[in-house]
Design a protein around this ligand. Structure first.
Ligand code: GAL
Length: 848
């Protein structure tokens, strides 16, 4: 806990009901009158609703990924039903919290949601991609009394044409602060370098107060280096208004900071302390980084004054086994996979990602184009956009704000005017990064959206690159999407009826380019500052050009699990320049095709490839750095080897070998340990190997898993978009030799996790991972058994004589009886009578 505030996780202990719970129909004058009042929500929104039959779940939670595949469900959402669901969470607040500012933060709910706290309607939210912050201070209950959050989620609502999941799929928090405090997302401290080369950090601290009176406070911020040493401090004094935001501003000057870059993502922190009369009221630490970005209309992008093409991928936010409820540690895994490919940039398509994802891109060094979901200039649209900028503007990894993706109005006055307004809204909050938009046509129209953006993003309109640049010589440009090649991992022939798409980068959809050609279009033009390949990872939904039974996309450079497809090796060859890379496509298991020619593509950044089959030279060819190099090789079993050379000097060798029959299952954890905090998760790779330990690239076998130790299996998949096996449970088949199983530690977990995998006729595989005792993030205690909360008491007028307990209220008399709160009953006096009355339904569990 930072002094003055507590940020407690609310992730554990939610009750979940799948399906809607209609609100009771209200009839009659008094019930209608009561129903219209704050705090008198009914049905599952009310504090005393009987939820004793609901299922206990922990967040993040995506109920869509638990659904069976259904041909009648929407293909765009991955053929899974979404529907409506309800969540409830009980908790208690200590009486010492009375008077504090209490905020509930719900980081992402797919898709539309309504939230009540203690029966009080507290928020309606119209996007699955932004956080919801609720000031619950006015209706908090303390001591023995229970607080309850009720959430109705409408996941029939859609904001995308891809899989969006369903439910409370990001983290949730309760933040307790003093009445005078730093507002949520309230410290903005992005370093800037001025023309004379000096660095400063203009610090803007937004303060809020729930006190009655104005308050004068001191705000102090300290920059702390990566080793934890204070570098420089500054402070100011400011007046905080009551129930309004007040901003304190001052700047720190910093001499020769270490820079943040893709290769060395150095992070600093800024600790901001708010004091009054020497007493600390609030304290918040955020991280930031020192880097410059520059977008030149002719020369492209510069990071820290070094020219750098963006070698990026666009991605949605679902992963194998877990849907959109992605554990934080899987973000690290995904960022690492992209970086290993040589990628330096990421487009969060088409919405703001989880906060923890941006922490990973900051920490690991990947530049991000952060994207807003809903396009418009209504107060609600601008609220969603403002939320994204406020939450994300300290991240050094973010280099651009994107306000839309492919809007029908992009080539019109309307598109232009909307981008103007959205851009102005962004600039109110951040002027250190350009505003862009991903436009897919009409960029040459006399009036079009790109004119209102600082940087023009092009989706698939590569044919306009040169003309646009000629007409708009001062506008920086990049390719926000270009590749549209579909590939099935480790598949080498195409049969669309059988849902199979080959790996030779030839299945190019009409609007896009191959991986090889797209990079050529971008790389050959210095004024195009980079690309965001569609996509880095496969995602659920959008199975085009396929449909049922294909339920997921095939655009990915990697499959849904993060297993490389051939495009991965192509991009490595295109993007990695500091060491030789070399790979052979396809595998070398072609029994039955002896003597027949097999197409071989060698991916490399070297100049020449000599190919050998079983030690005998096949051919030697120069490599085209975009096209790579292909051969036709008559098949015979054995070893196909590529030797790469530059200027006649061999720089690398790589081979593929014909494997034997499947002999065993091999399990390989991503990491040797797991933090026992109930959150840490990691993928374990499942491989089918032959007797020599080579992965059998054709093996589709069923595997059953047994896990023991302080962890659980939270998802399984094999990357085959047509596979309809459940993603939860303990069984899954492999696809082309591979599957992935995701394990997560238990809360207070300690000891060894062992995973045992069996498949009929094969030797079993085993893996173990050390679960290391690790404190979980501080959390709001779970309430294990729910007591019935009698809330809506009414008190009759006081009388001197004992009243008739069965007396009825006069119809339309809204005022004689008064609402009464069980914990705040007026003092009882001798000789005065009153009736307290309430209606309730005993909980199922309590009924006889
Ligand atoms: C683009 C769009 C992406 C995805 C892709 C598929 O036009 O921006 O979201 O739909 O097409 O090719």
């Amino acid at each position: 806990m930072q002094s003055g505030r507590e940020r407690l996780s609310l992730d554990r202990g939610w009750l979940f009901h799948e399906g809607d719970i209609p609100f009771p129909i209200v009839t009659g004058h008094q019930p209608s009158y009561d129903n219209a009042k704050a705090g008198s929500s009914s049905g599952a929104a009310s504090a005393d609703y009987d939820d004793s039959s609901w299922k206990l779940v922990n967040l993040p939670h995506d109920w869509a990924v638990e659904q069976p595949f259904d041909r009648n469900a929407n293909l765009a959402q991955g053929y899974r039903q979404r529907g409506v669901g309800w969540y409830r969470r009980y908790f208690r607040l200590d009486p010492v919290d009375h008077g504090k500012h209490l905020e509930i933060q719900l980081d992402g709910i797919a898709t539309h949601s309504t939230i009540w706290v203690n029966g009080v309607l507290s928020a309606r939210n119209w996007s699955g991609y932004n956080s919801i912050y609720i000031d619950m201070t006015p209706f908090a209950r303390f001591g023995k009394e229970l607080n309850v959050i009720s959430v109705q989620v409408d996941a029939n609502a859609m904001e995308g044409w891809w899989y969006e999941g369903a439910g409370m799929y990001r983290h949730t928090w309760l933040v307790k602060r003093n009445p005078v405090h730093i507002a949520t997302d309230g410290v903005f401290a992005a370093p800037v370098k001025s023309a004379d080369g000096t660095w400063s950090i203009p610090i803007e601290t937004t303060l809020y107060s729930t006190e009655q009176n104005l308050s004068t406070v001191q705000v102090e911020s300290t920059l702390i280096d990566p080793e934890g040493k204070p570098v420089v401090s500054g402070h100011t004094e400011t007046t905080v208004q009551s129930l309004r935001e007040s901003i304190a501003k001052f700047a720190l000057t910093v001499n020769s900071p270490r820079l943040w870059s893709v290769d060395q993502p150095t992070l600093y922190t800024v600790r901001t302390v708010v004091k009054r009369d020497g007493v600390v009221l609030d304290e918040l630490t955020i991280h930031n980084g020192f880097r410059t970005i520059r977008f030149d209309p002719d020369k492209g992008f510069f990071l820290n004054d070094r020219p750098m093409k963006l070698m990026g991928t666009a991605n949605h936010q679902d992963h194998a086994g877990v849907g959109v409820a992605v554990p934080d540690s899987l973000w690290d895994f995904r960022v690492r996979r992209l970086k290993e490919m040589g990628s330096n940039a990421y487009r969060a398509a088409h919405n703001a990602p989880a906060a923890e994802f941006l922490d990973a891109t900051d920490r690991l060094g990947l530049m991000v184009m952060d994207e807003n979901r809903n396009f418009g200039s209504s107060p609600e649209h601008l609220r969603q956009l403002d939320w994204m900028i406020r939450r994300d503007r300290n991240h050094p990894s973010i280099i651009m704000w994107s306000v839309f993706n492919e809007e029908p109005s992009q080539g019109t006055e309307m598109g232009y005017q909307l981008v103007r307004r959205m851009s102005a809204s962004v600039k109110e909050l951040d002027t250190t990064r350009p505003v862009t938009a991903a436009q897919s046509n009409s960029d040459l129209n006399p009036v079009n959206a790109s004119q209102a953006a600082d940087v023009a993003g092009f989706n698939y309109v590569y044919r306009d690159f040169d003309e646009y640049h000629r007409i708009n010589p001062t506008k920086p440009m990049f390719s926000s999407e270009d590749t549209s090649t579909v590939i099935t991992r480790d598949q080498y022939t195409t049969d669309r009826k059988a849902m199979l798409l080959d790996s030779y980068d030839d299945q190019v959809l009409p609007w896009g380019l191959s991986h090889r050609d797209a990079w050529k279009q971008v790389n050959e033009r210095p004024f195009i500052f980079g690309t965001m390949v569609w996509t880095g990872f496969d995602y659920r939904g959008e199975p085009q050009p396929l449909s049922w039974p294909a339920a997921g996309s095939s655009f990915g450079i990697m499959d849904l699990c993060g297993f490389p497809k051939s495009a991965y090796w192509i991009h490595q060859a295109q993007w990695i320049t500091d060491r030789p890379v070399l790979h052979i496509i396809p595998h070398w298991n072609w029994a039955g095709s002896e003597g027949k020619p097999i197409k071989v593509m060698v991916t490399t950044n070297a100049q020449t490839i000599a190919l050998f089959l079983n030690g005998k030279p096949v051919a030697e060819k120069p490599v085209d750095k975009y096209e790579m190099v292909t051969f036709e090789v008559p098949y015979s079993a054995g070893t196909l080897e590529a030797r790469a050379s530059n200027g006649g000097k061999e720089v690398a060798r790589f081979d593929v070998e014909t494997t034997g029959a499947p002999a065993a299952i091999r399990l390989t954890p991503d990491r040797q340990s797991l933090a026992g905090d109930g959150y840490d998760a990691q993928p374990i790779t499942v491989e089918v190997v032959d007797a020599k330990g080579l992965v059998v690239p054709t093996a589709d076998v069923p595997v059953t898993f047994t896990l023991s130790g302080p962890a659980a299996i939270i998802g399984l998949n094999n990357g085959d978009p047509t596979n309809h096996e459940p993603e939860k449970g303990t069984q899954h088949s492999t696809y082309h030799g591979l599957a992935q199983i995701i394990v997560q530690s238990e809360l207070a977990g300690k000891g060894k996790l062992t995973l045992h995998a069996t498949s009929p006729g094969l030797n079993a595989g085993d893996a173990s991972v050390n679960v290391i005792a690790t404190a979980a993030p501080p959390a709001v205690a779970e309430i294990s058994s729910q007591a019935l909360v009698l809330m809506n008491l009414k008190r009759s007028p006081a009388s001197a004589n004992s009243p008739d307990p069965n007396q009825q209220l006069v119809i339309s008399d809204m005022n004689s009886w008064t609402p009464a709160h069980p914990d705040a009953l007026p003092p009882f006096r001798d000789g005065v009578f009153a009736i307290y009355r309430t209606n309730f339904m005993p909980r199922r569990a309590d009924r006889p």
